[in-house]
Design a protein around this ligand. Structure first.
Ligand code: SF4
Length: 63
């Protein structure tokens, strides 16, 4: 299972990750926050990480 982490310095608040994974990410103060890291297994966070225009989403592998 992967846990997504957003680099707040890089995030431009475009909302792409929220559109792809609304259960995992939330926009607040023009930044994306991981509000449901454990929901990652139910959707494709690989796609969110790959779709982020500034590569701000890192996926940490959790055993
Ligand atoms: S897709 Fe990337 S830049 Fe856009 S809101 Fe999500 S983390 Fe931020």
């Amino acid at each position: 299972m992967n846990i997504p982490v957003v680099d707040q310095e890089l995030c431009i608040g475009c909302g792409v990750c929220v559109e792809l994974c609304p259960e995992v990410f939330e926009i607040s103060d023009d930044k994306s926050w991981v509000t449901g890291p454990d929901k990652c297994g139910t959707c494709d966070c690989d796609e969110a990480a790959a779709s982020c225009p500034v590569a701000a989403i890192e996926l940490i592998e959790e055993q």
